[in-house]
Design a protein around this ligand. Structure first.
Ligand SMILES: *[C@@H]1O[C@H](CO)[C@@H](O)[C@H](O)[C@H]1NC(C)=O
Ligand SMILES: *[C@@H]1O[C@H](CO)[C@@H](O)[C@H](O)[C@H]1NC(C)=O
Ligand SMILES: *[C@@H]1O[C@H](CO)[C@@H](O)[C@H](O)[C@H]1NC(C)=O
Ligand SMILES: *[C@@H]1O[C@H](CO)[C@@H](O)[C@H](O)[C@H]1NC(C)=O
Length: 304
């Protein structure tokens, strides 16, 4: 567990509360034992402020299906020398993935070849004061969110040379997950910020609508993180859990929940934040590849 991790969790609170929470958190680190600290973090998740969530936005009377999955191939990664704190993952062609990595001083963006996974291709290291988050490719440009910095780095998809930076829309609390879809003939950028919202933005990243996602118990599905959009369904992994949810954006509801506890166990990471993160859909095989932060493998799965 690290300070960054805890700040990240606390960020769900509104801006004003955020400062207080962070200060309190730093105090807690000094004042309490590790056990108390873990308890506090848990409390901070559970006490997510739901007071201003519009319950009426929750679709009435539906059932969230328990999704099943089949494990296919696994490719091991060497996570001892140069571990990747995976924050964003997507396929660019049959065998190449784009990966964004996080943590201050360790963030980068690069391509990976499934046939030579430990080789980071065109690796671009971010300045040490930027924490890399979700990434996507739109019209031959790579967009990479950063977390609290709220910068969007733009790169040339050809060689990941840096082009410029943009600012995250004020409606988005922090940079977490990123993907896009073509909807009614127009590109829509989809962004998560750790809340239960999916922000729908135009091509210039101006947010037009923010949709709240609830489960079938009308509980907000918070910590929505890395995203992938496939065949009209948005897939999101839930930070700090082993779960991926399938979301029907039009009806604002979770249609299936997939649990990858077995993979989390296999990954055997000691820190709580080194959880499942990264979903990439390979259209050539109609399968998903998933991984986690600093995990020693990337796993192909079929969702059913
Ligand atoms: C709650 O949300 C509504 C709609 O976004 C907003 O107008 C209102 O100011 C919010 N209230 C509080 C207390 O944040
Ligand atoms: C709501 O759910 C109940 C129980 O599953 C079902 O009997 C009922 O028909 C549903 N109502 C609507 C409007 O879908
Ligand atoms: C796949 O994408 C990578 C990264 O852009 C590129 O280097 C490679 O040549 C591409 N391969 C094919 C078969 O298009
Ligand atoms: C996506 O749609 C294609 C074409 O209909 C279908 O073959 C494929 O199984 C679908 N994949 C997923 C993950 O929904």
């Amino acid at each position: 567990m690290n300070i960054q991790d805890n700040r990240r969790i606390s960020y769900h609170k509104k801006e004003g509360q955020m400062k207080k929470t962070t200060a309190l958190t730093y105090f807690s680190i000094i004042a309490f034992s590790l056990t108390t600290f873990v308890f506090l973090i848990k409390g901070s998740i559970d006490s997510y402020d739901q007071s201003n969530l519009s319950k009426s936005e929750c679709p009435q009377n539906y059932t969230d299906l328990k999704g099943t999955h089949k494990l296919l191939a696994r490719i091991n990664r060497d996570n001892t020398k140069n571990p990747q704190y995976t924050q964003g993952l997507l396929f660019v062609n049959q065998t190449f993935l784009l990966e964004s990595s996080g943590q201050y001083g360790k963030s980068s963006i690069h391509y990976l070849n499934l046939d030579d996974i430990n080789n980071l291709i065109f690796n671009y290291e971010l300045p040490s004061n930027q924490f890399g988050e979700g990434c996507d490719i739109i019209n031959n440009k790579v967009y990479q969110l950063t977390w609290l910095e709220r910068k969007i780095n733009v790169f040339n998809a050809e060689d990941l040379s840096f082009i410029n930076e943009m600012k995250l829309d004020d409606k988005v609390e922090a940079g977490w997950g990123l993907t896009h879809r073509v909807f009614n003939g127009e590109i829509q950028v989809l962004i998560t910020d750790g809340s239960n919202k999916v922000h729908i933005a135009d091509e210039n990243f101006n947010v037009k609508e923010s949709i709240q996602i609830f489960d079938d118990k009308k509980k907000p599905v918070t910590n929505l993180n890395e995203l992938e959009y496939v065949n009209g369904t948005l897939f999101a992994n839930i930070y700090l859990t082993s779960k991926i949810v399938a979301i029907d954006l039009e009806n604002k509801k979770v249609i299936a929940t997939y649990d990858f506890q077995g993979l989390v166990k296999d990954a055997n990471r000691k820190k709580r934040d080194e959880c499942l993160n990264g979903i990439a859909y390979n259209e050539y095989t109609d399968s998903f590849w998933i991984t986690g932060k600093n995990w020693g493998f990337i796993q192909e799965v079929k969702l059913q």
